[in-house]
Design a protein around this ligand. Sequence first.
Ligand code: GLN
Length: 191
Amino acid sequence: SLTAGVVAVQGDVSEHAGAIESAAQSHGETAEVVEIRQSGIVPDCDLLAIPGGESTTISRLLHREGIAPEIQEHVEAGKPILATCAGLIVCSSDANDDRVDTLDLLDVSVKRNAFGRQKDSFEANLDVDGLDDPFHAVFIRAPVIDEVGDADVLASWDGRPVAVRDGPVLGTSFHPELTGDSRIHDLAFFE
Ligand code: GLN
């Protein structure tokens, strides 16, 4: 059985847990989901999800609790992370915001809350590299990825990257945990 850590400072923890369990099942695996709120848990995890929420808060707690360096070691060991929305902001190399001390795990620069300024949230069907059929994506006060360095763009919307991969780290501007479709979790952890 795999140990799957979900950063549980804020955000859709149970939805990520459900998607991880179902992605594991489709590979004949089982996943035990553990919530991460303090240091000492990440080193036992085979895979990690960092959910949406408020990136300033998540970043502050990860550093204060000593979880940040553990996540960096997880990636150095080649183990996968799915980072969604605020999670993507936290994992980026530059959040263009002094209140977010980024983990620098994904070579992209982001702008917070810059997607869909007119309306807070929107939905779109995305063609995603590695998926046969479009993925229904929910964007909520989503970050724009405005520069991509040494990372692959897996999906774009309106000419902008919204899913990127940098080695073991997959980041999305949208919320793949909200639609009962675990294919993005599958891509991040099992492909
Ligand atoms: N607006 C949030 C931030 O900048 C991200 C939104 C989300 O995770 N749904 O941190």
